[in-house]
Design a protein around this ligand. Structure first.
Ligand code: SF4
Ligand code: SF4
Length: 423
């Protein structure tokens, strides 16, 4: 009997006590301070734009590669309404892959991404995983709407927890620009007709009057370039011009213009004129063709420029043959001779009268100069390679290497090939 009464008492007390469950989703519990759902981007209410610059630091640090960010030039920067030169253009996070590790928030240098601390941050159930790919609008929505009451960031959270543990007053978050309060202030500014953004700087004065002409832009570019940048442009233009010359092609007027404006010595080599000291106006960007310039010798296969290009090409090919221990073909030797290449004599050719004349008349060509020195390292090397090749060929034909050839190779510090090495 007593047992029955005891059971009824338990039943009755359970029946009358307050429920421990709540009617989710109609009713929701307060979320703890340290909880975090998914990362979201924050909106800068002072400047009416995202904090994110699209710098990709978070993207590179995300352990599961679920983020993508695209940067663009900030159109507000030249207007003077923002200090951000760059701004995010596109941003995606795949919430289906995100593991909510918080790393992106920790590494962001601009406090542009935080962990959502709202119920809405948790409620992302969808029927298709692809709907969990969040774009920039989705990611900014909670911050822009003011829903993001206390963005979760590691430092804020640590300070908060330490204060709570010590029984102190909860500190204000250091990052307030994305807080609902900032949004309210901005709404008030808009209502007063003050505009959304803060004017922080004077608008930039546009130095380019018209962007319609490419040459005009190029001219302005030169006017504002630092020494380092001028040098970089000169080196680039010289590289391009040399490549064209080696291919025996015309150096374009635009390239000549850059060479002239950057005071490249190549300009004089090509045109035969000094580089212009004053800027060429946009309407006369093209350099006036000089007698020695590309246009004037366009039809002349023996112009100095074309001869030089032929000589350089032939020397390059001859060097390739020598490196492979091959004989330099007769046609190549003829080109070297005709283009007055110093390599012609080195390779055993008889100097053309022109070359000989040049050498005697040129005071700089001393006997110490490798061009006139029959025992220069380059020539010795060429002789050694020729001798070694000759010996290898004899061995390949099953013939002995003559004593004289062996002596020659040894005197040139070469290696006499043996039957074993040649196989
Ligand atoms: S929370 Fe972690 S996994 Fe998710 S986006 Fe950020 S870095 Fe990637
Ligand atoms: S969220 Fe931060 S780290 Fe990521 S791209 Fe934007 S500014 Fe860079």
């Amino acid at each position: 009997m007593f047992g029955i009464l005891k059971g009824l008492a338990t039943t009755f007390s359970t029946f009358t006590r307050q429920p421990v469950t709540i009617e989710y989703p109609d009713e929701k519990r307060d979320l703890p301070e340290r909880q975090r759902s998914f990362p979201v981007l924050t909106w800068d209410f002072d400047h009416d734009e995202p904090f994110c610059t699209g710098c990709n630091i978070c993207v590179r640090n995300c352990p599961v590669d679920c983020m993508t960010a695209v940067m663009q030039d900030n159109p507000k920067h030249p207007e003077g309404t923002s200090d951000r030169r760059k701004i995010v253009d596109k941003f995606w996070i795949d919430y289906a892959r995100c593991m909510r590790c918080n790393i992106c928030v920790e590494v962001c240098p601009f406090e542009a991404i935080v962990m959502d601390n709202n119920w809405s941050g948790h409620e992302h159930s969808v029927f298709d995983r692809r709907d969990l790919h969040k774009d920039i609008e989705d990611l900014l929505a909670s911050s822009k709407s003011g829903e993001l009451s206390r963005p979760f960031r590691p430092l804020d959270s640590i300070n908060l927890n330490e204060a709570v543990a010590a029984g102190e007053e909860t500190p204000e978050a250091t990052f307030v620009a994305a807080m609902p309060k900032a949004r309210e202030e901005q709404i008030q500014r808009i209502e007063q007709g003050l505009g959304a953004a803060i004017q922080e700087r004077e608008p930039e004065v546009q130095t380019t009057t018209s962007a319609s002409s490419e040459s005009s832009a190029a001219e302005d570019d030169f006017a504002g370039l630092s020494e380092r940048k001028l040098r970089a442009r000169r080196m680039k233009a010289e590289r391009e011009a040399k490549a064209l010359l080696e291919k025996n092609e015309e150096v374009s007027q635009e390239l000549l213009y850059v060479l002239g404006r950057t005071e490249s010595t190549l300009y004089k080599e090509i045109t035969g004129e000094d580089a212009p000291t004053t800027p060429v106006s946009s309407s006369t960007t093209a350099v006036e063709p000089s007698p020695a310039s590309s246009n004037s010798d366009a039809g002349d296969p023996n112009s100095p420029r074309k001869i030089r290009a032929r000589r350089m090409r032939a020397e390059r090919t001859a060097r390739e043959h020598i490196e492979k221990s091959e004989e330099v073909p007769t046609e190549l030797m003829a080109i070297l001779r005709d283009t007055e290449s110093s390599m012609y004599a080195e390779l055993g050719g008889t100097e053309s009268p022109q070359v000989a004349e040049n050498k005697t008349s040129n005071a700089d060509n001393s006997t110490e100069n490798s061009e006139g020195n029959a025992n220069s390292p380059r020539k010795l090397r060429a002789r050694r390679m020729r001798a070694e090749k000759e010996a290898r060929e004899l061995l390949a034909q099953g013939e002995p290497i003559p004593e004289e050839l062996v002596e020659r190779i040894k005197s040139l510090d070469g290696t006499v090939p043996s039957a074993e090495s040649s196989t």
